[in-house]
Design a protein around this ligand. Structure first.
Ligand code: ADP
Ligand code: MG
Length: 363
């Protein structure tokens, strides 16, 4: 039977949080998370991400608003009765317990009979590819293996939701990347709802169905990874996700789908996202890969750029240009192409579509 998924499996409704009764560190959070979704809270340090997880887990209480789990308000349910698993960067394994005992712990708290618990532990360890490690002590495992045990321990009691707060933060780059895929695959195979927290935009883009970008206690944008990257709704998101070329300017003309922006060195035709009228200040954002060298035509922005720097990156070359008064305009050029005039000091033709030049709020 096909079951329709609950679109409001986790619901934050008008949630505010203040620790000191004065400053709100989470402001009017409204967020619906679907059953089985992998959602990431992404933002700089101090933006309120951990506070949101702590409220969902039950270790902090919202100052205003309510959180619902499967339609039920959870304010009055203690943490261990919420059916939520957790993996935190600093939420270490119990060092004096074996891997088996670490995994048995949440089951014992839930008073599960031993034979049933053993089956769950087997299953959870095999999920993180650690079958046979039952009798190891945490100190006898690598950092990556310890985090995999932590993931297994969070999943072993079949929670309806798993919270992960920077779980890979302590691992080196390669291990972090392989663990990202591992966690993503576990999520895909068991379909548990995951609420993940990171300040690493690459990690968020790789793993998530949707991403909520936090800044200063507010969700700035809630979108799929591709929408977030392609269609940032404000300068903060454009800046925080991926690279972008920016121009400060003023709107000199505007219609519903195009605007003219007067910048230092000339004029840009742009896509009016957060601007409405003539005279408004704006920051125009253009992704490096949207600006092309010697465009074949059909682009409504065409400018001359002088090559200031060329850096070889293996699969692509990064080119820094001065263009329209911006001496930090970055292009990413694939290393297979016939772009032979990319030489320091050369002046080249650069074009982009106005739809890819997003006129956002001024920085
Ligand atoms: P993030 O996880 O995005 O880095 P946090 O949720 O940890 O952000 O913190 C948000 C804000 O709340 C920060 O200004 C932080 O200093 C403050 N804060 C976090 N935890 C506490 C606490 N237990 N008591 C007082 N202030 C706190
Ligand atoms: Mg945090």
């Amino acid at each position: 039977m096909l079951m329709s998924k609950n679109k409001e499996f986790v619901k934050f409704e008008k949630v505010d949080k203040s620790y000191d009764g004065k400053i709100l560190v989470v402001k009017d959070l409204n967020l619906d998370i679907s059953e089985g979704e992998f959602i990431t809270m992404l933002g700089p340090s101090g933006s309120g991400k951990t506070t949101c997880l702590m409220m969902l887990a039950g270790f902090e209480t919202p100052t205003n608003g309510e959180i619902y789990l499967d339609k039920n308000p959870i304010s009055n349910i203690p943490p261990h009765k919420r059916g939520i698993g957790m993996v935190f960067q600093n939420y270490a394994l119990f060092p004096h317990m074996t891997v088996y005992e670490n995994l048995a712990f949440p089951l014992r708290v839930r008073k599960m009979p031993k034979d049933e618990a053993d089956k769950k532990i087997d299953k959870a360890l095999s999920m993180v590819s650690l079958s046979g490690f039952e009798n190891r002590m945490p100190g006898q495992l690598s950092g990556g293996q310890q985090q995999r045990v932590a993931v297994a321990r969070a999943l072993v009691f079949d929670p309806s939701v798993v919270l992960m707060d920077e779980p890979l933060g302590a691992l080196d780059k390669n291990l972090r990347e392989s663990m990202q895929y591992e966690i993503k695959h576990i999520h895909e195979s068991i379909g548990v709802t995951v609420v993940y927290v990171t300040h690493d935009q690459g990690e968020a883009l790789t793993m998530s169905n949707r991403i909520a970008v936090f800044n200063d206690g507010k969700v700035q944008q809630l979108s799929s990874p591709d929408q977030l990257y392609e269609r940032p709704v404000n300068s903060f998101v454009a800046e925080f996700i991926g690279e972008n070329n920016t121009f400060a300017g003023e709107i000199s003309d505007i219609s519903s789908d195009k605007c003219k922006v007067k910048v230092n060195g000339g004029e840009i035709i742009a896509n009016p996202i957060s601007v409405k009228s003539k005279g408004e200040k704006t920051t125009v954002s253009i992704r490096p890969e949207r600006a092309l060298i010697n465009p074949k035509g059909g682009m409504d922005n065409n400018h001359k750029g002088k090559i200031e720097e060329v850096i070889y990156h293996g699969d692509h070359t990064r080119v820094r240009l001065s263009l329209l008064g911006n001496s930090d305009f970055i292009l990413k050029v694939p290393n297979s192409s016939e772009n032979l005039d990319i030489k320091l000091g050369n002046t080249i033709n650069i074009g982009w579509n106005s739809q890819d030049a997003r006129a956002l709020d001024p920085k």
